[in-house]
Design a protein around this ligand. Structure first.
Ligand code: FE
Length: 344
C-alpha cells in the first residue's frame, strides 16, 4: 500500500467516525463509499454540498477493498451511495445485494438505458473504451483493427494483456459473448492465449509500456491510461507515446467496447433521500464534466459532450452499444471461459 493511499484511507476513516453523531444532530449527511479518487473530485463534492447543504462523508478505497468492507459491515453498513469502477464489479455488488433499486425521473431522463443497471440498481456516470495499441516499428496496424484480429495467427507471439480474470478483461469477454456467441468467444480466448508474448501480468499502463519497449507488439488498454500518458509531461512517457499507435477497435462492425464507472444507492442506506439526490446531481451537466474528466472519461448523460481536449483529439469513433447491464450479466460466464481456456 503506498503512502498516498494510506493517507486517503486514514482521512476517510476519520471522516466516517463522525457519522453517528452528525446524524443525531440532524445535520444532513451523505455517506459515500467510493472506489474513485481523483483531484477534480474535490470540486465535484463541494458543489453538491453548496447546492444542497448536504455534507459528504467519504470512504475511499480500491474497488476490491471497498467490496470487502461492505461485506464485513453487512446490514449495519452506514454507506448511502457506492461508487465502483467497471461493469464486472457493479455486477459483483449487485449480485451480493449491495444496491437497492432507485426510481428517479431525473435519472431515467438523463442516463441512457445502455448505461443503466437492471431495475435501476445502479447508474453509470462515465464511460471508457477498451482499445488496441501497437508498436509502430514492429506491427502493421492493418493486422490489429479488431479484437478478433488479436487472436489470429498473424499476431502469434506478439499479444500482451493483463490477467484474464481482471474485471476489464472479463467485461470485454462479456461483450464478445454477445457478439460472437459463447463458442466464438471461447475460440477468441484460445487464440489470445496462443498469441501471448508473455504470461498475462501488470496493469494497462504496463501493457502500453511493454508495447513501446518492443516486448509486446500489440496490447489492450482502457482509453484513459493512454490519454494519461498522452497528457504527461515526463520525457519517458512522451517517448512511450511516440512509439505506440492507437486503434479504435471494430469500427467496421459493432464498435469499440465501452465500459463504465458508476454506482447506486446502498441496500441499507440510512440517508436514502440524500443518496438519490446525489445520484441525480452526478447526472447534471456540470457534475458530468467533473466526474468524467477526473479520469479522462466520457460523460454518459444524454446531450453532454466531453470538453476534454485530449479525448477530443482522439477523434470520433463508433462505440459498442452493448448495455452495461448485459456485460454485468455475462460476467460469470466470462470467468468460466477464461478458466476453461487457461487464460491466466
Ligand atoms: Fe483503471
Amino acid at each position: 500500500m503506498n503512502k498516498h493511499f494510506k493517507k486517503l484511507i486514514c482521512a476517510s476513516l476519520a471522516a466516517l467516525a463522525g457519522v453517528g453523531s452528525a446524524a443525531q444532530a440532524n445535520e444532513q449527511v451523505l455517506n459515500l463509499y467510493s472506489a474513485r479518487h481523483y483531484a477534480t473530485d474535490e470540486a465535484l463534492y463541494s458543489d453538491f454540498t453548496k447546492q444542497t447543504g448536504i455534507t459528504i462523508k467519504r470512504l475511499e478505497l480500491g474497488d476490491e477493498a471497498l467490496l470487502e468492507r461492505l461485506r464485513n459491515e453487512g446490514a449495519r453498513s452506514p454507506a448511502d451511495v457506492i461508487l465502483l469502477v467497471d461493469a464486472a464489479r457493479l455486477a459483483t455488488a449487485q449480485q451480493e445485494g449491495m444496491f437497492q433499486p432507485v426510481k428517479s425521473k431525473v435519472l431515467a431522463e438523463r442516463i441512457p438505458t445502455q448505461y443503466t443497471g437492471d431495475q435501476g440498481l445502479w447508474y453509470a456516470f462515465s464511460a471508457r473504451s477498451r482499445v488496441i495499441v501497437y508498436n509502430k516499428a514492429t506491427v502493421d496496424p492493418k493486422l490489429a483493427q479488431n479484437y478478433e484480429d488479436l487472436a489470429k495467427p498473424a499476431l502469434k507471439g506478439k499479444v500482451c494483456t493483463r490477467t484474464g480474470s481482471h474485471p476489464y478483461m472479463l467485461s470485454l469477454m462479456s461483450s464478445l459473448i454477445g457478439h460472437l456467441g459463447e463458442q466464438g468467444a471461447t475460440e477468441w480466448a484460445k487464440g489470445m492465449v496462443a498469441n501471448m508474448a508473455r504470461s498475462p501480468k501488470g496493469g494497462d499502463t504496463d501493457q502500453i509500456r511493454a508495447v513501446a519497449s518492443g516486448e509486446c507488439g500489440v496490447a489492450l488498454t482502457n482509453s484513459y491510461y493512454f490519454v494519461r500518458l498522452m497528457n504527461s509531461s515526463k520525457p519517458e512517457d512522451k517517448e512511450v507515446i511516440e512509439k505506440v499507435g492507437f486503434v479504435w477497435p471494430n469500427q467496421a462492425s459493432y464498435g469499440a467496447h465501452m465500459n463504465v464507472s458508476g454506482g447506486g444507492v446502498a441496500a441499507n442506506a440510512p440517508n436514502k433521500a440524500n443518496a438519490v439526490k446525489f445520484l441525480e446531481y452526478l447526472a447534471s451537466d456540470s457534475a458530468q464534466q467533473y466526474f468524467a474528466n477526473g479520469n479522462n472519461e466520457w460523460p454518459t448523460a444524454k446531450g453532454v459532450k466531453t470538453n476534454n481536449a485530449a479525448l477530443q483529439s482522439l477523434g470520433d469513433f463508433k462505440a459498442d452499444v452493448t448495455p452495461a447491464k448485459t456485460l454485468a450479466a455475462n460476467t460469470a460466464l466470462s470467468q468460466k471461459i477464461m478458466d476453461r481456456t487457461n487464460y491466466k
